[in-house]
Unconditional design. Structure first.
Lengths: 303, 301
């Protein structure tokens, strides 16, 4: 039963607005003071300089931005740009692998016959989602150390020399990344797959559509929302990752996250750290914008 | 839903292997009777005994729990208030996206940028008061800041689907604002508030990156302790500790699942009673049934 709209209090009622704001006030203060303003403050600090003892010197300079694109005292080198590029590549391949694994996984879970079966599989996906990332990553360290069955298999196949560990290295980093982010991609995708209308797929089958066509015409458009949600919450944190690379990648494996962390620990160079954070922020916003527009165009072409 | 084929089944089990084999290895080696190396030397509980006599680990556990409990309570209250407040406020359309971004900042922004922002904020406030020296206070404050958004997100999604007719009926019958809140809004929101609190609690227990930036020497939490131990070299004690944490995570996930069902049922019953009192017709449930039947129901139907 719905009341006619004239019975409802007008939404723009000033008193109601004020009450609303005062209820929300404490949380808004917290978010503003500790997050929104500091995020804007990053811009200010990125124009400052590191003092001799790691303090912030308030002199306006573009030094940090020059450094970011590779100009330093010793001439031009693309190191920082390469690190950013590597972060993007890392995030891209991690997301891709997660998608490739998530589709079959989501369909498998949706295909369980009983509600209980689905629940168990969902809990199985949820547990790693809630497990601490440090524990999950060092668990890989354990599996990949020398003389474990996996390491023995690899040396037997001639991939590695006998007695050596499988980490640190690129493969180890990817393993860590994929297992960290698999639930991030799979859970939203499953939510979409569960709500799918299978009549479309059946109709496509009846009309002898190829498997390829069934996927792209009947399944993909229905799951694209979940997929993009999954991609966003995988790609963005994967780009900023530093725990996995730190533990499984060794000292020379740098992503932008590691670089930022370095500026705030050993180097004590807050201004350059702020500049790097801004760069990461720009990449984040760009990926959001990208997926937003793609989603809209996809939707309009669908119906 | 057609039955999954052999390939899909293989991929699903492969995923589970990827997710669980490393953790299971940690569990197995926490019972291994050898300090170094990875060869199996027999079963022992001694690492668990050592765990409970290790002052540092006990302290880290205590710190983790204190931070998680306090920050969850504060963030749940603030987050719920934020959601309720926002429900009453309408924004001009052009500013809406900006405000939405602002509320969801901790969800949108990568952890490490948030950690950097918080570090800088505390660094700035420290020039005014030593309260902001890195320690318990800053750690709890930073956890609250990121938890608020998640609680608000969960509560707001419930508020958005709630219809106003029951509230309007109650206010027509001169129910006070307190009565409406206590007997209508709160029971209706209870499942989402509890879900938000559970989420906030898990996020706080789990958080490493933000804690790593904003903790002080007196407030080392478990993830930070494990990370520091990794740099010194892993001991079986760490395996035992991780096993305990894994167990707690599994229990928390299952508990959250059970609790959310229970509270949802209870709150529905309570609201149904209020509706009866107000003379409103019982709420039709067709929306939920279709979702619960799952994809199988559509095909066979």
């Amino acid at each position: 039963m719905k009341f006619p709209s004239f019975l409802k209090a007008p939404r723009g009622d000033l008193k109601k607005q004020l009450v609303g704001f005062s209820i929300a006030f404490p949380a808004l203060v917290c978010l503003t003071a500790f997050l929104a303003i500091p995020c804007l403050g990053l811009v200010l600090i990125s124009f400052a300089q590191r003092g001799e003892f790691g303090e912030i010197q308030w002199v306006l300079s573009f030094e940090n931005y020059k450094r970011l694109i590779g100009f330093s005292l010793y001439g031009w080198s693309p190191d920082f740009l390469l690190i950013m590029l590597r972060s993007l590549r890392e995030a891209f391949f991690t997301t891709l692998a997660c998608i490739l694994l998530s589709y079959p996984l989501a369909f498998f879970i949706a295909g369980r016959k009983t509600a209980f079966g689905r629940l168990v599989w969902l809990i199985l996906l949820n547990v790693p989602f809630c497990t601490n990332i440090v524990i999950r990553t060092y668990a890989w360290q354990l599996i990949l150390s020398p003389n474990t069955p996996l390491a023995l298999l690899c040396s037997f196949l001639g991939i590695t020399s006998p007695g050596s560990a499988l980490y640190p290295g690129t493969a180890a980093v990817y393993l860590g990344m994929i297992t960290t982010f698999l639930p991030f991609t799979a859970l939203p995708l499953y939510a979409a797959v569960e709500r799918m209308n299978w009549h479309l797929v059946l109709a496509a089958k009846d009309l002898y559509a190829s498997r390829f066509k069934i996927f792209f015409e009947a399944i993909f458009p229905q799951t694209v929302h979940g997929l993009f949600a999954g991609i966003i919450i995988t790609f963005v944190p994967a780009m900023a990752m530093y725990v996995v690379t730190d533990i499984l990648g060794g000292a020379k494996y740098m992503l932008i996250g590691n670089l930022i962390q370095l500026q705030f620990s050993q180097s004590r160079d807050w201004p350059f750290g702020a500049t790097l954070s801004l760069a990461l922020m720009v990449l984040t916003l760009l990926s959001f914008a990208l997926f937003r527009t793609t989603r809209l165009t996809k939707d309009s072409s669908l119906y | 839903m057609p039955r999954p084929n052999f390939l899909f089944t293989c991929v699903a089990y492969f995923c589970m292997a990827l997710l669980y084999v490393p953790s299971l290895a940690v569990v197995v080696f926490s019972f291994n009777n050898s300090r170094y190396g990875l060869s199996w030397r027999g079963f022992t509980f001694s690492w668990y005994e050592k765990l409970f006599s290790n002052e540092l680990i006990l302290e880290a556990t205590r710190n983790s729990l204190i931070v998680a409990c306090i920050s969850t309570v504060v963030a749940t209250v603030l987050g719920t208030m934020l959601a309720l407040g926002l429900h009453r406020v309408t924004f001009p359309k052009s500013l809406n996206w900006l405000f939405k971004l602002f509320i969801n900042l901790p969800i949108v922004v990568p952890d490490i940028i948030m950690a950097v922002a918080l570090t800088m904020a505390f660094g700035f406030f420290r020039t005014f008061s030593s309260v902001f020296d890195m320690g318990f206070f800053t750690l709890i404050l930073s956890h609250v800041t990121f938890q608020i958004s998640f609680v608000t997100l969960v509560v707001r999604s419930r508020l958005a689907t709630m219809d106003d007719d029951i509230e309007l009926a109650a206010s027509d019958l001169n129910a006070t604002a307190y009565y409406r809140f206590r007997h209508l809004t709160l029971p209706l929101l209870a499942p989402s508030i509890i879900a938000g609190a559970m989420l906030a609690f898990t996020l706080s227990l789990d958080d490493f990156i933000i804690s790593f930036f904003t903790h002080g020497p007196d407030s080392v939490t478990l993830p930070i302790f494990i990370y520091a131990s990794l740099k010194r070299g892993i001991t079986p004690e760490i395996h035992a500790l991780s096993t305990m944490m894994l167990t707690v995570t599994v229990l928390l996930v299952i508990l959250a699942e059970r609790l959310s069902r229970l509270v949802t049922k209870k709150s529905e019953a309570k609201v149904e009673k209020e509706r009866e009192k107000l003379g409103l017709p019982p709420k039709a449930k067709e929306g939920r049934g279709a979702g619960d039947a799952g994809p199988g129901g559509v095909i066979t139907g």
